[in-house]
Design a protein around this ligand. Structure first.
Ligand code: E4P
Length: 219
């Protein structure tokens, strides 16, 4: 499963990307707004930090304008994937952009039926928002499992990107459900490393190593 970071913050991206296992980045208008720069400027800067798919979202609600925006975003860098919302106009724009060779991430997906529409429009990625479903007491992981099954049933090449992830358990759950990608805030990415037994084990190994060194030195 690919790991994407769900942030537009350059410091967070630099720190996480330095570990060498970040495959891409997702942004949305809310994440970009936190950084105080234009979408185009921020996406360009992100592309210089992470070498992988970088999702940048359109803000229009009409297909023609989404297509125009999509071309503008795709021109920023070859790694840009254009995000379109899962509304009829967004699906129309996805079909057009995909036919023109521009990769589209269809976002704001909350049902397997919606995901089917995204795949039929030629989406490169579909983004089911599992955390926001869990927030309203619905099963986010089950949605990922259903979409993966439908795509496998019909050999759709669209990748499932589990979005709106709220914690390390979500990451494990979507990996088990067969998600192709999981996008997460930097904080959750760093939490994935944590296990108390790793820390205790390492402390013990290093203490024993130091003890052996001291014994050898004494002779
Ligand atoms: C990513 O593509 C989504 O925009 C993001 O994961 C949404 O997350 P949120 O529900 O925490 O805002």
């Amino acid at each position: 499963m690919k790991i994407f970071l769900d942030t537009a913050n350059l410091d967070e991206l630099r720190a996480a990307a330095a570990l060498g296992i970040v495959d891409g980045v997702t942004t949305n208008p809310s994440l970009i707004a936190k950084e105080g720069r234009s979408n185009v400027e921020q996406i360009r800067a992100i592309c210089e930090i992470v070498d992988g798919d970088i999702s940048a979202e359109v803000v229009s609600t009409e297909a023609e304008e989404m297509i125009r925006e999509g071309h503008e975003l795709a021109a920023i860098h070859p790694n840009v994937v254009v995000k379109c919302p899962l509304i009829p106009e967004g699906i129309k724009a996805t079909k057009a952009l995909s036919s023109q060779g521009i990769r589209v991430n269809v976002t704001l997906c909350f049902s397997a039926a919606q995901a089917l529409l995204a795949a039929k429009a030629g989406a490169y990625i579909v983004s089911p928002f599992m955390g926001r479903l869990d927030d309203i007491a619905s099963e986010g992981t089950e949605l990922i499992r259903e979409i993966v099954t439908i795509y496998e049933n019909y050999d759709f090449p669209t990748q499932v990107l589990a979005a709106s992830i709220r914690g390390p358990m979500h990451v494990k759950d979507v990996a088990l459900a067969g998600s192709h990608i999981a996008t997460m805030p930097a904080k959750i990415f760093h939490q994935l490393f944590k296990h108390p037994l790793t820390d205790i084990g390492l402390e013990q190994f290093l203490a024993d190593y130091r003890k052996t060194l001291a014994e050898v030195a004494v002779g």
